[in-house]
Ligand binder design. Structure first.
Ligand code: ZN
Length: 178
């Protein structure tokens, strides 16, 4: 178990199309464990492997972190889920909007419109295939993470004007922190 450092924009690795996992071995299990530690440490609700610099199709999500984000989170109520090679099988025509953020674009948020629900297929760490209909925050989070596997960021879904404003704010924040 280890907390890894998070890749931030404009790192070009965030634009890579990640390779599918062929074999779920100890290396993949270790990666998933480390990603979960990293996600909790950064207080995120989802993380894709490329965000720790590994170009593989692995995603971890735990929406519970959002519920008690201002408190110390007892490990007992954590519920991390690992998704290997997740794929969108179908998406709804109906859309919804969420204010999204991303650990690779620190402290910046924007409303993103996406399909309100989606059907997702993936493998678990034992290699078993799952398929599930997702809605609400889970659907949004999963689509955001699958985007990462294809080199897409949430700022690609907003207008150029909003994106420029957000990037300016980020640059200012980084300058002040330097
Ligand atoms: Zn993200």
């Amino acid at each position: 178990m280890a907390v890894l450092s998070i890749v931030e924009i404009p790192d070009p690795r965030l634009r890579l199309v990640c390779a599918p996992v062929e074999t779920i071995d100890d290396e993949v299990r270790q990666l998933a464990d480390d990603m979960i530690d990293t996600m909790y440490d950064a207080r995120g609700i989802g993380l894709a492997a490329i965000q720790v610099g590994v170009s593989r199709r692995v995603v971890v999500i735990d929406l519970q972190e959002r519920v008690t984000e201002d408190e110390e989170k007892p490990e007992a109520i954590r519920d991390p889920k690992v998704f290997i090679n997740p794929e969108l099988v179908s998406v709804s025509e109906e859309t919804s909007r969420y204010s999204e953020g991303c650990l690779s674009i620190p402290e910046q948020y924007a409303e993103v419109e996406r399909p309100a629900s989606c059907r997702v297929a993936w493998l678990d760490l034992e290699g078993a295939r799952h398929e599930e209909e997702m809605s609400g925050l889970m659907a949004t989070c999963m689509q955001h993470e699958i985007d990462h596997l294809n080199g897409v960021l949430f700022i690609d879904h907003i207008t150029r004007l909003k994106r420029d404003m957000l990037l300016k704010k980020l640059a200012k924040m980084r300058k002040n922190a330097a």
